[in-house]
Ligand binder design. Structure first.
Ligand code: BDP
Length: 728
């Protein structure tokens, strides 16, 4: 409410300030599928000539979806609906289908090339047929043809020539899945975009049209799975009343090639099954899950499977019965296998009694289980060993379980990155992790290659992203958060893709093709990740966010449980700061392969960006820049604030190219970000200064308030809205 009011005020002021509005106000609902008319006259002529008529051969729900999208897209982009046809009768036909749905496509000389691309691959190519110029969009499967359709539309949306179009692509990862941390009461854990889009109360009677737009958006970026419930699971979703609702959602997602998955609460046999135990080796428990799984497939015949969070943060799991993660995962795997379903078992675990460095625990628990999981189990591993921080080293499990498919888990929702308001393009962060070299089989065994199965030859591969989607009109709580949804899909499709190229595409499809504006917005996006690292957790700091909501700074917090406490993570004292994870400390660095271990383990070679993650360093330590560690910290915190200011300037420069509503929206959020970057900087520096006892060098802005002031600032515990009391 507060946010929509603020937006309305900002918009009204903007409207008053701009005498002639050239661009239609836009609330962002259409995401990157906006299809505005192509303004460049030359391109428009080219497109109209090449796409006079559309011939989608086949009538499956998926091919119908492709036809609908083409008509919508071309009508918008070209200014008039294309003719439809069922034959190539003239120059300028767009032919879409598969070798099965279309005899013409089957007869084209690209069959073998197409087959090599696998079920989801496609070819989009300018060809001549019967003396006529045509463009073919061919997939091996209907969904492949749908992906090809979106690829062609992307060419038009980003103003590429298509006369000689020649695209060929296939995903490098099989499972490209969005995880919704959505609860059955409509709330979203770590959601900053309103309520859940799944309207459980009105399902199955009412099927919101939004589900289809959600599916379209996902298909356009290659996402092919949706886990619709929170990892902190509720067994009720497995009851018939809910399965009926679940089935309705699955029906809408299916034509778009998206399978539905559910989270399984480990104790469901007790909670809804009336059993006394949930022990995974108990025959009654196993039979219960088998029957429950069979029942789910009656509602959703292509049900994808389960995600399970077990023995983590208080969730029930096999260890409650002195069984292993493998015993637990395999029980589900056995129930799912006859139907072709899979289990995504999360490795985000840490013990309740804090025996050791928290970042070591997932590796310690899972590595010994390598080889003991069923073939339809994937272990889902967060990108870093802690918890979705602005910067972490890659998780040491990647590369360490050659016999078990590991899938990547990214967090698209920005729990630890300023949530809805701060502009942070996560494509940059994910690219950094994916390109990190594990060195498990020598140089080039990057995390991307591990996840693709190219290092250990996994039979199943996957990437999951914790969704940032809610029922806000703009879907993601801010215009720029849409870019993270987009980048997630594109990187899941190809983990080796460039985050810069992805940003470029997204900007062109979402905002404008005007070259100077594209360049300005791209610069903002590419800078934004390092900015947030600098103003929140520079030099390898982590988890110094306030407890609970994780929004603002609170490095001073010390809780009864050490490994939930910021003080545990930064370990600042009068001598220095940082977590010693070398052999003289927790030795977490030993979980990495030789060359990585050596690089991170030595002060001489550890990159500045991870210095305090691995080392406890004296305040006066001389950095590569020549500054002392303390001065470097001051420098970085200030650089973070300065970058946000330069992002504001860049955004101001694109005003003529962006519609007023979204322009105002982003401007107001950038103003919040600038203020809160200062809040972060000043709170962190005044606190750390109480240990370093060194001055903030002249030339830098001095904190406006004493430490006690920052310590008094409070935010609502469950903040869907960014208002905290007392931010200076
Ligand atoms: C943490 C979140 C918590 C999640 C948990 C998880 O704060 O809400 O339940 O991750 O991934 O980052 O299970």
């Amino acid at each position: 409410m507060a946010r929509s009011l603020r937006r309305a005020v900002v918009l009204a002021l903007t409207l008053l300030a701009i005498p002639a509005l050239r661009l239609r106000a836009d609330d962002g609902y259409d995401l990157w599928l906006r299809y505005p008319r192509v303004a460049d006259a030359g391109l428009l002529t080219e497109y109209r000539g090449a796409l006079r008529q559309v011939d989608v051969e086949g009538n499956s729900p998926t091919l119908r979806a492709a036809r609908d999208e083409l008509i919508k897209g071309l009508t918008g982009l070209l200014g008039a609906a294309p003719a439809t046809s069922d034959a190539i009768t003239a120059d300028g036909t767009l032919l879409v289908g598969t070798p099965t749905s279309s005899r013409v496509i089957a007869a084209l000389p690209l069959a073998a090339e197409l087959r090599a691309l696998g079920p989801d691959g496609y070819i989009v190519r300018a060809v001549r047929m019967g003396g006529h110029r045509a463009i073919v969009v061919a997939g091996n499967s209907d969904v492949g043809a749908l992906y090809g359709t979106f690829a062609l539309l992307r060419q038009l949306q980003t103003h590429q020539h298509i006369c000689a179009v020649a695209l060929r692509d296939a995903p490098k990862v099989q499972l490209r899945i969005l995880d919704h941390w959505d609860n059955l009461d409509g709330s979203v854990e770590r959601g900053y975009a309103g309520r859940s889009i799944w309207q459980w109360d009105s399902l199955p009677a009412i099927v919101s049209p939004r589900y289809r737009d959600y599916a379209r958006a996902n298909a356009s970026i290659g996402v092919n799975g949706a886990v619709v419930t929170n990892v902190n699971a509720n067994a009720r979703v497995l009851t018939p009343a809910y399965l009926e609702k679940v089935a309705k959602i699955a029906d809408v997602l299916r034509p778009y090639g998206i399978r539905l998955y559910l989270t399984a609460r480990f104790s469901a046999p007790i909670e809804i099954g009336g059993l006394k135990t949930a022990d995974p080796v108990d025959p009654d428990v196993r039979q219960w899950w088998k029957a429950k799984t069979d029942e789910i497939y009656k509602y959703v015949p292509d049900f994808g499977g389960f995600v399970v969070k077990a023995n983590s943060e208080g969730q029930p799991g096999p260890q409650d019965y002195h069984r292993t993660h493998a015993d637990g995962a395999n029980m589900f795997a056995d129930a799912l296998a006859p139907h072709g379903g899979i289990v995504m078992w999360r490795a985000f675990v840490y013990s309740n009694d804090v025996p050791t460095d928290r970042v070591k625990q997932a590796y310690d628990e899972f590595k010994p289980l390598d080889g003991s999981f069923r073939p339809n189990v994937l272990i889902q591993v967060k990108n870093g060993p802690l918890d979705f921080q602005p910067r972490e080293p890659f998780h040491p499990l990647f590369g360490a379980m050659p016999k078990t498919p590991l899938m990547m888990e990214f967090q698209v929702t920005k729990e630890y990155h300023g949530q809805d308001t701060h502009l942070v393009y996560l494509g940059r962060e994910w690219e950094e992790v994916l390109r990190a070299d594990t060195w498990v089989h020598g140089k080039g065994s990057t995390v991307a290659k591990v996840v693709e199965g190219a290092v250990d030859h996994y039979s199943r591969t996957g990437i999951a992203g914790v969704a940032n989607i809610g029922d806000d009109r703009d879907w993601t709580g801010s215009q720029f958060n849409q870019a993270n949804w987009y980048a997630f899909g594109r990187l899941a499709w190809n983990p080796e893709a460039s985050s810069t190229a992805i940003a470029d595409e997204w900007i062109r499809m979402t905002f404008t093709n005007a070259p100077t504006a594209v360049a300005a917005i791209r610069t903002m996006m590419l800078q934004s990740r390092e900015a947030v690292v600098n103003y929140m957790t520079p030099l390898g700091l982590a988890h110094i966010m306030a407890t609970g909501h994780h929004y603002g700074p609170a490095p001073w917090v010390r809780l009864s449980r050490a490994d939930w406490s910021p003080t545990y993570y930064h370990k600042a004292d009068t001598l220095g700061i940082g977590f010693d994870r070398t052999a003289s400390g927790s030795n977490a660095v030993a979980q990495y392969a030789g060359p990585v271990r050596e690089r991170y383990g030595s002060l001489k070679t550890v990159p500045d960006s991870l210095l305090l993650w691995f080392h406890h360093v004296p305040w006066a330590y001389k950095m590569r820049s020549g500054r002392s560690l303390w001065d470097e910290m001051v420098f970085r915190y200030n650089a973070g604030v300065d970058t946000v200011r330069s992002m504001q300037k860049l955004w101001a420069s694109v005003r003529p190219a962006v519609d007023s509503e979204r322009f105002a929206d982003v401007s107001s959020f950038l103003a919040i970000q600038e203020r809160e970057a200062r809040w972060w900087r000043d709170a962190a520096l005044t606190y750390f200064q109480s240990f370093s006892r060194m001055p903030i060098p002249a030339g830098y802005e001095q904190p406006a308030h004493p430490l006690a002031y920052y310590q008094r600032i409070t935010c609502p515990a469950n903040r869907d809205k960014p208002r905290c009391d007392g931010i200076p």
